[in-house]
Ligand binder design. Structure first.
Ligand code: 5GP
Ligand code: MG
Length: 186
């Protein structure tokens, strides 16, 4: 039953239908490339990764298995999304327990859409005087970006469709899908 569900090209979550968009193999290639690219630039700097929950838990789990150098990993939380449209509201950062002063910080995101979340996060974190802040995101919607933030590491650029799977949800569901699905607009 579960296997059938995972192999399907179309799925339904609550009131919406989604079609298979990025299979896990393609996601994994992108994650490995990101891990290698980050490592190439941060071999000697013992970076501190701040992974933005909830969405990035799958990227984090896969990326750190491939990241070859010393690093610290921490998780923070904030969210701007409700349903399928950006609300523009950005909540405060919670869970920042590390001292980030003079550290090379790498924010790890699942997706950058408008860029509003990440630009607020960079502004908040800058207040703690880190040495540098870089942004790594598995997915980027270049046509949706409304800020002047450009992530330093991008796994895949995708069109402006609403997607689910691989950590990303639709109203709380779909995060556990191994592949990424995009919404089928009626
Ligand atoms: P931004 O502030 O860049 O517009 O949005 C960032 C956050 O919105 C992401 O971290 C993610 O949680 C959510 N988001 C953006 N686009 C999508 C999408 O297509 N699907 C899902 N499920 N979440 C998204
Ligand atoms: Mg996110």
């Amino acid at each position: 039953m579960i296997e059938l569900f995972l192999c399907m090209d179309k799925i339904r979550i609550l009131d919406k239908e989604f079609a298979l968009s990025i299979p896990y193999e393609r996601i994994h290639e992108a994650v490995v490339s990101m891990a290698d690219a980050i490592y190439a630039n941060h071999k000697d700097s013992n970076p501190l990764f701040l992974c933005v929950l909830n969405g990035c838990f799958m990227v984090a789990g896969d990326l750190f298995k491939e990241y070859k150098g010393p690093c610290e990993i921490s998780f923070i939380k904030l969210s701007s999304y409700s349903g399928t449209t950006t609300t523009g509201e950005v909540k405060k950062v919670i869970g920042l327990n590390q001292d980030i002063r003079d550290r090379d910080v790498i924010i790890l995101e699942d997706i950058v859409d408008t860029g509003i979340t990440i630009s607020h996060l960079i502004r908040d974190l800058s207040g703690y005087a880190p040495k540098s802040i870089k942004v790594a995101t598995l997915l980027l919607k270049p046509k949706a970006v409304q800020t002047n933030i450009r992530p330093d590491y991008v796994g895949l650029e995708i069109p402006n469709d609403f997607i689910v799977g691989y950590g990303l949800d639709y109203d709380g569901y779909g995060r556990n899908l191994k592949d990424i699905y995009k919404i089928i607009e009626e």
